[in-house]
Design a protein around this ligand. Structure first.
Ligand code: FPP
Ligand code: MG
Ligand code: MG
Length: 330
């Protein structure tokens, strides 16, 4: 790493704005219904990674510097960072119902604590409040961009349910699904702040593609950590994807070396011993390594996209974020 990168703490570059956003989310979710309020505010406790607001705020600063020589973030750009964290959290609450997960961020999931029915409703509640905030931006294009994210999230999650692709289509299907379930939110939130910053098409597209590459790298590492990390570090269950029937990048790469894996993937690891067998194939293949390489390629592409932007602290921080994604362990 270059010496400038060592000195940068990306979170420091956007600290006041991130703190403001967390406070503000809790205010917006402050309903009179006490139990609903407690559940809605449950994950906004300052313990989350707030990775999405960080990227969105840094992107807003970087493009504002590029476009208008100011790193001041507009109110509407702040709102986008807030909305993206709310959509993300709502989707995680629903995800934990779908995946029947009992822990998240080192504590019991909403589902685990309050049950499925209330968990679904509180996810809907957070999503509905975020929709109100989105409408209040009074910007039709931004409403479209962020509504697209919600559609992508649902379709990405749906693609993951019970799909059985041909071996040749599998990797493409996986990449498409990964874009929808993870990268779309980051890419489109970056695009939205560029639109709100009156950027031209080229800069807006760069912002989108930066977010897209970061999102892909982020999910590839997430899928890799499911094989290599531990619940005590991640704060959520690991070794879970195979059990859920999901073939992610490490297994898909391993299947290119060990054809025997194809049958297990097709039946979604549902026979006794499938999960363990698949894990051992992954361990003796270079699936984890290949996954890391693909994540690295996305990270490098993200960094490349920043080069055309006017130099700024925020741009350096975004570059640093692209390397942090690869090094994260939770
Ligand atoms: C986490 O993936 C889940 C997502 C990134 C998206 C979930 C989306 C939905 C449930 C549908 C849309 C819902 C709303 C409210 C818009 P994971 O299960 O691979 O990761 P994990 O290990 O963190 O659980
Ligand atoms: Mg899931
Ligand atoms: Mg899950």
């Amino acid at each position: 790493h270059t010496s400038t990168q060592k000195d940068i703490n990306p979170f420091q570059e956007a600290r006041p704005e991130i703190d403001y956003i967390c406070d503000n989310i809790n205010k917006k979710l402050c309903t009179q219904m006490l139990e609903l309020r407690e559940m809605a505010q449950y994950y906004f406790d300052g313990q989350g990674k707030t990775f999405r607001p960080l990227i969105v705020l840094l992107m807003a600063k970087a493009i504002n510097m590029h476009q208008n020589s100011t790193d001041i973030i507009s109110q509407s750009q702040q709102q986008v960072a807030m909305i993206s964290e709310m959509i993300h959290t709502a989707s995680l609450i629903h995800d934990d119902v779908i995946d029947n997960s009992s822990t998240r961020r080192g504590k019991p999931t909403v589902d685990n604590k309050w049950g499925q029915r209330k968990a679904i409703l509180v996810g809907d509640y957070i999503l509905s409040v975020s929709s109100l905030l989105l409408a209040q931006l009074r910007n039709e294009e931004v409403v479209k961009i962020l509504s697209q994210v919600i559609e992508d999230l649902v379709r990405g999650e749906f693609m993951q349910l019970g799909s059985k692709e041909e071996p040749n289509d599998r990797f493409n299907h996986y990449l498409k699904k990964t874009f929808k379930k993870t990268a779309s939110l980051i890419a489109n939130s970056c695009k939205a702040v560029a639109v709100l910053g009156n950027c031209n098409e080229d800069v807006t597209q760069r912002a989108f593609e930066y977010g897209q590459n970061i999102g892909m790298a982020f999910q590839l590492i997430d899928d890799l950590l499911d094989f290599t990390s531990h619940e005590s570090i991640m704060g959520k269950p690991t070794a879970a994807d195979l059990r859920l029937g999901l073939a992610t990048a490490p297994v898909l790469y391993a299947a290119q070396e060990h054809q025997e894996l194809n049958a297990l993937i097709m039946r979604r690891f549902c026979h006794e011993g499938d999960v363990e067998l698949a894990r051992s194939f992954v361990a003796k293949s270079d699936g984890v390594y290949q996954t890391k390489l693909l994540a690295e390629a996305h990270s490098a592409a993200a960094i490349e996209l920043l080069k055309e932007l006017e130099p700024s602290k925020a741009r350096d921080a975004l570059e640093h974020v692209a390397t942090l994604v690869l090094r994260r362990n939770k």
